[in-house]
Design a protein. Structure first.
Length: 355
């Protein structure tokens, strides 16, 4: 079942964990440890069946391999899923049991809390393992990983407009779809750099607050695609660019902080045919990966995270993004294809060196 699953793609392993007394049913997938320990999200969800949970773990683990490779950090990709409701299925015993599951892998996988899992849950898991990212109150913990992610997206947008339009942020307009934690702070950063903003969010009060403090123009969620701007920045749910929204899109550049911004390969190719500039999300939003790597590095060294190291990795991330964008232009191929090829090449090179 697993080796023939649609989401299985040369994964190293997948582990099933069960603790009846604690109510734990969990899978941990490891896609690659060629460049270092696997790291990635730990999420809790009421999956309809085990096949769905396994599929999610496999898919997330492979995505993390791609992201860590492109972020230029010495990590691989992994993911954990806990089957159950995050609303009424949690307990300290459950997460202590999850901690034991992570610990049993001996450091091959570092978990970061994600959908349905909080830092408070990790406080319980910490009783059983140290291989956790995002532990509050530790010197090794980057206090604001979202700030690192926002800085990476901001620099990525800046790079895109400079390369394709020959302009600086103060000379362009940006439409931001979704102004929650990521999008709202990106709006602040872009406004501070002088960019003209148009914003929207499903939460009208959130959107209004961001518009007031940044001077942005506020539009309805469905109208954001049709606003003539230089950049469209998706920062909400995935698949923002799809068969319905692509024909409406007016911006020549797509660069934002959301994951899985393009609905499918058909849309990706259509964007390329239209000549749109796309900053692949697995590259531009790599700041959070860099923050996680800084934390793991600090734990390994027994000290505090290194801000200068984070800064250097953000700089290298922009070099990678520029290389991808230039190759996409020269080779007349979708930037996302080149990004994935680059990630696979880096992983294969690491495997060869380790052999």
């Amino acid at each position: 079942m697993i080796f023939n699953a649609a989401d299985f793609d040369d994964h190293e392993s997948i582990h099933a964990f069960h603790d009846a007394s604690a109510g734990l049913k969990s899978y941990i997938a490891i896609h690659s440890t060629a460049k270092g320990a696997a790291s990635g999200p730990a999420r809790m969800w009421a999956y309809p069946d085990e096949a769905s949970a396994i599929s999610d773990a496999l898919r997330l683990a492979e995505t993390m391999s791609t992201k860590t490779a492109l972020a230029g950090v010495d990590l691989g990709g992994g993911a954990a899923v806990i089957i159950g409701s995050s609303q009424d299925g949690k307990s300290p015993a459950l997460f202590e049991a999850f901690g034991r599951a992570v610990q049993s892998l001996g450091g091959r996988y570092w978990a970061a809390h994600e959908v349905g899992v909080t830092s408070a849950d990790f406080a319980d898991a910490r009783k059983s393992t140290r291989f956790l990212i995002g532990m509050a109150g530790q010197a090794s913990t980057v206090p604001d990983p979202t700030a690192v992610a926002v800085e990476g997206v901001k620099r990525g947008i800046e790079l895109c407009v400079r390369l394709s339009l020959g302009k600086e942020l103060a000379d362009v307009s940006v439409a931001i779809q979704g102004v929650g934690q990521m999008g709202g702070r990106l709006a602040d950063a872009l406004a501070a750099a002088g960019a003209r903003l148009v914003v929207t969010d499903l939460n009208a009060e959130t959107a209004k607050a961001v518009a007031l403090r940044t001077g942005a123009r506020l539009v309805a969620p469905g109208a954001i695609f049709e606003v003539p701007t230089d950049v469209f920045a998706p920062c909400a749910l995935g698949s923002a660019i799809n068969s319905r929204t692509l024909p409406l899109l007016k911006a020549p550049i797509v660069a934002g902080g959301a994951n899985n911004q393009i609905a499918n390969d058909v849309i990706r190719d259509a964007m390329h045919e239209r000549g749109l500039i796309y900053a692949p999300d697995m590259v531009i939003n790599g700041g959070r990966i860099i923050a996680s790597a800084a934390e793991i590095r600090a734990v390994a060294n027994g000290g505090a995270y290194d801000h200068a190291w984070i800064e250097a990795k953000l700089g290298a991330l922009m070099v990678t993004l520029e290389s991808i964008l230039r190759r996409a232009h020269t080779e007349r191929r979708p930037a996302a294809d080149i990004a994935i090829e680059m990630a696979k090449s880096r992983i294969a090179e690491a495997k060869q060196q380790a052999a």
